[in-house]
Write a protein that binds this ligand. Structure first.
Ligand SMILES: [Zn+2]
Length: 554
């Protein structure tokens, strides 16, 4: 507990620890005139920030109420030390990342920079891009605050907060923020730091606005986010609060009206309105409001002002192993190749469809078997196959799904003038790329080579393996190899069959069990059935001694 010492100090507190801003030279670098003018223009509570007293490693045990207990006090100091090391490590990480940005201007890492960062951090393309942007901001726009982090004088969490809270500010505003932050001691309570930081960021954001700033600047968007729980996803709507509230109210009032109508229909025994899935009839209660709002949104018709919406380029793919459909395996189904679906959900979806598409995979490895080559442009069937082979953009680390806005690309270029000379329009020479990476490849920043498909592996009986592509990234030859997606169910089934076979062989070759001592009771007279052909006749086993007693279920 630290309540005794963490009472927020106000600007008027008596204090000797840190005084007003040293105007000429903060953090070792003289302030530019623009920064000095800015500091003059902000309220003094944001400019003159004082702490009651310094907070040091030495007085930590006393401040955190564990001076009586040496062991606890030392543990607290070790945490303090670990945090100081984290702060320094964060600064080093940000500097290293910023050095990776080669593109002109520096403020917008290009695709090659991002791919390099993704490979070094071992994260997805999107995460790497955000990290690079943060590094650029830290090094170029928050240099004084970064220097304090590097010296272990600012907690790493505080710096992360500065980065996050100032995300929407312009570059120049972030530089002004840096100048103001330098005058804030890290000895103030964290709650006060956050309050002041948010106030300062708000003030900078207000000043960035045009005088006639419309609320257009506020985001208006709907986002799709898999929410992590098995088999569900979420779409969230974000916009100016009056508009979102008005929408919510309309939706909610509609749901209430329907529920009231359902209740009276149930009372009077008349037909129940808007009972889409028969929930009200089955339960004899009105449909819950949550479900009604969901059904209303899901079934809403869009007013497109006469614009004809083309049919989707691809159907939404749910790949379900046949054994899962039969209820014989618990291998998950996959939605768009990336989102696992519990077997029960996959079976339910499959059960509700009138058409299934059978996909052939290699019986041992699960690799999707190619369809015959065809003409340019690729046929719909080829596109469907490519989409199964890689459900996201083929570039390593890119997570953009190919079902929305992908482009089929010839790995070895197709020559329109002389098709015989260029790469062929066949599955082994095609892949799907997101629009950005297609451009990067056309510009020569990415150079893929399709590697020969392994036809048999080291194990006898292994089949056609998943195909692989080697990528050269940038112009200086970093290389990374990616493998195609495979069907998840096949490998599990092969492993099951393999285990069953080994168990069978072991049983045939194992030495006979020791002869029971003569005093043991006589064995059950129940006959065990005739021995299989060729099997030793005198074997005597306890029932259930092997999980593979029974033949496999397929
Ligand atoms: Zn991509």
């Amino acid at each position: 507990m630290s309540t005794a010492t963490s009472t927020p100090a106000s600007a008027g507190d008596d204090d000797t620890h840190r005084s007003d801003v040293d105007r000429s030279d903060i953090g070792g670098t003289p302030l530019e005139p623009a920064a000095l003018a800015f500091l003059d223009s902000i309220p003094s509570r944001l400019r003159v920030v004082r702490a009651r007293a310094a907070r040091t490693r030495e007085d930590l045990p006393a401040r955190s109420g564990c001076e009586e207990d040496m062991r606890l006090g030392e543990a607290a100091q070790r945490v303090w030390d670990a945090e100081t090391a984290s702060a320094r490590a964060l600064a080093a990480r940000l500097r290293a990342l910023a050095a990776l940005i080669e593109s002109e201007g520096g403020d917008c890492a290009d695709d090659v920079d991002t791919l390099r960062a993704a490979m070094a951090l071992r994260v997805t393309h999107g995460v790497a891009h955000r990290e690079l942007l943060a590094a650029h901001r830290a090094v170029d726009q928050l240099p004084r605050t970064l220097a304090r982090l590097e010296a272990g004088a600012l907690p790493s969490w505080w710096f992360q907060k500065v980065l996050r809270e100032s995300e929407d500010l312009g570059d120049e505003s972030r530089r002004l923020l840096d100048a103001a932050l330098t005058a804030w001691p890290a000895d103030i309570p964290v709650e006060r730091f956050l309050t002041l930081l948010r106030a300062l960021v708000r003030l900078l954001a207000e000043r960035e606005k045009e005088p006639s700033a419309p609320e257009e600047a506020l985001p208006r968007e709907v986002e799709l986010t898999p929410d992590g729980r098995a088999g569900t996803g979420a779409a969230s709507l974000r916009g100016p609060i009056p508009e979102v509230l008005a929408f919510w109210k309309r939706l909610d009032e509609t749901a209430h009206a329907i529920q009231a109508a359902q209740r009276s229909a149930l009372r009077e025994g008349t037909e129940i309105p808007y009972d889409l899935d028969g929930i009200a009839s089955a339960t004899q209660r009105p449909v819950p409001l949550d479900r009604l709002r969901y059904d209303l949104m899901l079934n809403a018709e869009f007013d497109t002002d006469g614009v004809r919406v083309p049919a989707p380029r691809f159907r939404l793919n749910v790949t379900v192993p046949a054994f899962t459909l039969l209820g014989l395996s618990d291998a998950p189904g996959m939605l768009e190749g990336t989102i696992p679906l519990p077997p029960a959900v996959a079976r339910e979806i499959a059960g509700g469809e009138s058409v299934w598409y059978r996909i052939l995979t290699d019986a041992c490895t699960g690799a999707f078997l190619p369809l015959p080559p065809d003409r340019y442009p690729p046929t719909q069937a080829m596109l469907e196959h490519l989409r199964l082979r890689s459900s996201t953009c083929a570039v390593p680390g890119c997570t953009r799904p190919v079902s929305w806005a992908s482009e089929a690309d010839h790995i070895e270029e197709f020559f329109h003038a002389d098709p015989v000379r260029g790469g062929r329009t066949e599955l082994e020479n095609l892949h799907l790329l997101c629009w950005q990476h297609h451009q990067a490849k056309t510009a020569g920043d990415l150079d893929p080579t399709r590697l020969p498909v392994p036809v048999s592996g080291p194990e006898p009986g292994e089949g056609r393996g998943p195909g692989r592509t080697r990528w050269r990234i940038g112009t200086r030859g970093e290389q990374v190899i990616t493998a195609d997606d495979i069907d998840l169910g096949t490998r599990l089934a092969v492993e099951d069959l393999d285990r069953a076979w080994r168990a069978f062989v072991d049983r045939r070759t194992a030495p006979p069990p020791p002869i029971p001592p003569p005093t043991s009771p006589p064995r059950s007279p129940i006959p065990k059935g005739p021995p299989a052909q060729g099997e030793p006749a005198a074997r005597d086993e306890e029932p259930g001694s092997s999980p593979y007693e029974d033949p496999p279920p397929f």
